[in-house]
Ligand binder design. Sequence first.
Ligand SMILES: *[C@@H]1O[C@H](CO)[C@@H](O)[C@H](O)[C@H]1NC(C)=O
Ligand SMILES: *[C@@H]1O[C@H](CO)[C@@H](O)[C@H](O)[C@H]1NC(C)=O
Ligand SMILES: *[C@@H]1O[C@H](CO)[C@@H](O)[C@H](O)[C@H]1NC(C)=O
Ligand SMILES: *[C@@H]1O[C@H](CO)[C@@H](O)[C@H](O)[C@H]1NC(C)=O
Length: 352
Amino acid sequence: MASQLVPCFHITVVLLCFTVGRSDISCRNEAGEAVDWFIIYKLPKFRIGEVGSGVEYMYLDSAAGSWQRSKFMVNTTQGAMANTLNQLYKGKVYMSNSSVYALYNDGAPHQKYIRTYGHTKGVLLFDHSQGFWLSHTVPHFPSFPERGYQYPSSGKHNGQTALCVTYQYSQFLSIAQQLVYVYPRFYNCSVPTAFSADLPQLLQLCEGSRPPLTANKGVKALFSVSGDKFVSFAKSEHFVDDIYTGWVAQVLGADLLVQTWQTQGRELPSNCSLPRHTMNIKRTVLPPSVQFESHYDHSKWCVSQAYEDQVVCLGDLNRVKTQMLRGGGLICSYNPVIYKAFRKAVDWYISC
Ligand SMILES: *[C@@H]1O[C@H](CO)[C@@H](O)[C@H](O)[C@H]1NC(C)=O
Ligand SMILES: *[C@@H]1O[C@H](CO)[C@@H](O)[C@H](O)[C@H]1NC(C)=O
Ligand SMILES: *[C@@H]1O[C@H](CO)[C@@H](O)[C@H](O)[C@H]1NC(C)=O
Ligand SMILES: *[C@@H]1O[C@H](CO)[C@@H](O)[C@H](O)[C@H]1NC(C)=O
């Protein structure tokens, strides 16, 4: 009998491996399972009353429901960020001709900043079925494909955020159009032949040329695989204004509390000149009671002041004069879990 069971066991293992191996390209949670979206808030090293390691982070997805302190460190190969990016690194998926990928950052790993590109950082990985768009604020991240997952020391000192959303293939056609406004610096990418007819602009960006612009900014609704709505705002450097005050707050019709990295002297003050107001957050608090000053927080996000408006955006640009002249974008969500997590994180802001 035993000799007949052995082949059955082998078949089961092979089937299991096949099912796992075939799993779709997705954002991955802390346990490596596919999720619709997740957000990471990497804590700054210097907090009020304590000094951290610079690699601890808070994790949020719809199943978590509220911020969870991760048991992992962001610079190890465990945790949501590494689980997600390892879909590119492991098995040399970056060499595949059945998926598209792009790593972009105005500050590429081991290279100087190039200011002619958009002030934007992120990763795309998808096939003809689906994939993810990870938008983040970490300088010189992520590592070159052949190096495997690495987190740079330049990303440790300050707070950082990352938003990952899983989308069907069709949504990447819209995402590519949004990226044209922003003009990201693609430092490693591949748009294989099977995708070039659908994504001519992404191919151009990948080849290092800039597709022509028909406007200086654009808005697009994007739907995650589970049907959650996200709204992408993207501006080119030709729209010379503060993205929060001059555009996004007015379009959303909401007064915004804004956390961005503001360096001395060049910051834009809280602004109540236009119908919808933009007010700078100065201090953030995350559970259980981790408080830190905006000065140590390189993340870029905003949240509606009023609970009725229930909108949060994460993105690329700081409220400083010089960044009015840069390409960049925001990805907004009306998800109540995301809203509560960020609205409660506002500890102190400057009213007009
Ligand atoms: C992660 O960063 C911490 C703090 O800088 C450091 O002590 C640790 O060795 C790093 N681990 C890895 C795997 O790089
Ligand atoms: C993709 O790669 C495989 C194996 O390297 C090759 O056989 C196939 O022709 C390629 N397909 C395209 C569309 O280039
Ligand atoms: C990624 O870009 C770096 C810097 O240009 C280069 O050295 C490396 O070979 C590239 N890797 C791939 C897989 O294209
Ligand atoms: C407020 O922001 C708008 C749009 O960027 C700008 O035109 C205006 O000058 C700002 N007001 C103040 C007082 O800075």
